[in-house]
Design a protein around this ligand. Structure first.
Ligand SMILES: [Zn+2]
Length: 466
């Protein structure tokens, strides 16, 4: 009997509005600690919050992109808990009436579309940032002192909660990457996991294939890269399966995944879970987005990344389409003329591999390089690619350097390579066709990258009589 993972994500997106959620302090990252504060975000007695209109509009926009219903009337609520990063003793959030209600977000996969249910997307204020000094890995355990930076306190945050519709770590990562790219393209957040402007928690459980209902879930907290999200979920799924197979029970708890060791440790159990005593925020009136505003925000949403993956897939296959779109490199791809697969491959494998900023590449010059690629020595092509983002870059000087395609000039190198690798030659003749690339690579190396790879490939094939 096989096990099926059941995964839901909770994603926090920091909005890049100019000012904070309920005051006029600057919403900026990386400033000196506690320099962007005022009586409102420090919760002095008697102050009143004023909501940020832009943050509300952006949340509606994001909800629309996630296929959510926009509530005609949303209510801010107080979420009460005590912690040093929360000067008011409560966080202004949304509870029973969030701004964006149920939705469906389509995630294209290699074997078809996957629809992920969205429970809600609501707007809240972020807590301040605590910095633990002296403990291992900056965590509170074993720390000597803890510092609080209130610059982040009161900045706008959207929380997106998915249904438990994800069935593998891979799928969760794919969903998160597509969601991130969507947020970035809407222009509402930098959504950078390593900076904390995109944060992800995962709710994980497992069940027998075909079993109805859900078993006890655990919550994995704050994984700060796409890879760690996938690895954390995988590790937790394995742990739960092992627990059940050993006759044990999974306990509801909050867990921390350590990417260095791959270990999972409890942060707190259900018994310690907080009761937040939500109630409507008495200092704020309900938010009622006018229908015309919602309609104009909906009309301004561009073609979304998921739709573009499906469109480009027709030309270049799923993997390249997904890679281009989720990295934002499809903007360059769409502007370069030439063989679609060759263009996609060069952008994804060579330009991206060389760390070239694709936004600065001239599409016409890149198109010329790609068109001439097979006639150029590999080293010359690589050098051109490495400089493609430099101001005023021209392909012309590189196009003049043709690769060696003359059989007579290439034969000695091919003979030498085949003579040096008798075992591989025998294996190739025995049916291991994949070794052709190996021989071509060796010849390219022997000629200092100046040979025409396509001609070498043909010559080797002829020589080996295949
Ligand atoms: Zn403030």
């Amino acid at each position: 009997m096989t096990w099926e993972p059941v995964i839901g994500l909770e994603i926090h997106v920091q909005l890049k509005t100019r000012t904070k959620m309920f005051c006029r302090c600057a919403n900026v990252w990386g400033e000196d600690p506690n320099t962007r504060t005022c009586p409102v975000c420090l919760a002095h007695p008697g102050v009143l919050p004023v909501p940020n209109r832009r943050a509300i509009e952006w949340t509606v926009k994001l909800g629309l992109a996630l296929g959510c219903e926009v509530a005609p009337r949303a209510v801010f609520a107080r979420k009460n808990y005590f912690y040093p990063d929360l000067p008011k003793g409560y966080q202004i959030s949304q509870y029973e009436q969030p701004l964006c209600g149920p939705g469906r977000f389509v995630v294209p996969g290699p074997a078809g579309d996957h629809e992920i249910g969205i429970v809600r997307a609501h707007l809240e204020e972020d807590a301040a940032k605590t910095i633990h000094v002296g403990g291992a890995a900056g965590r509170i355990h074993g720390a000597e002192t803890s510092l609080v930076d209130f610059n982040r306190g009161g900045t706008p945050l959207v929380e997106i909660v998915s249904e438990p519709d994800l069935r593998s770590a891979e799928q969760a990562k794919r969903f998160l990457q597509l969601l991130r790219q969507t947020v970035v393209e809407l222009g509402i957040s930098d959504a950078e996991m390593e900076k904390g402007s995109l944060r992800c928690d995962a709710n994980v459980s497992v069940r027998r294939a075909g079993e109805a209902g859900y078993r006890t879930k655990t919550e994995l907290k704050n994984m700060n890269s796409f890879t760690f999200v996938a690895r954390g979920i995988e590790a937790e799924v394995e742990r739960q399966i092992a627990t059940y197979e050993a006759g044990g029970e999974v306990v509801q708890e909050t867990l921390h995944f350590d990417p260095q060791t791959g270990s999972i440790t409890p942060l707190r159990s259900k018994e310690e879970a907080d009761d937040y005593r939500y109630f409507p925020e008495p200092d704020l009136v309900p938010v009622a987005p006018p229908a015309e505003l919602v309609a104009s925000l909906a009309a301004a949403i561009p073609e979304l990344p998921g739709a573009r993956i499906r469109r480009l897939e027709q030309e270049i296959g799923f993997d390249l389409a997904e890679g281009l779109v989720t990295s934002g490199r499809d903007r360059l791809y769409e502007r370069v003329e030439g063989d679609r697969r060759a263009v996609a491959n060069v952008i994804m494998n060579q330009l991206a591999g060389a760390g070239v900023d694709t936004e600065r590449v001239d599409p016409a010059e890149l198109g010329r390089l790609i068109e001439a690629r097979e006639r150029m020595p590999r080293t010359v092509f690589d050098e051109a690619i490495g400089r493609a983002a430099e101001p005023g870059f021209s392909a012309a000087p590189y196009l003049e350097q043709q690769a060696v395609s003359d059989a007579g000039e290439l034969e000695p190198a091919i003979s030498a390579v085949l003579a040096a690798h008798p075992d591989q030659v025998a294996a190739y003749r025995g049916g291991k066709d994949g070794l052709l690339g190996f021989f071509v690579g060796q010849v390219m190396k022997a000629t200092g990258g100046k040979a025409n790879a396509r001609v070498v490939s043909e010559l080797v094939r002829e020589r080996l009589g295949a």
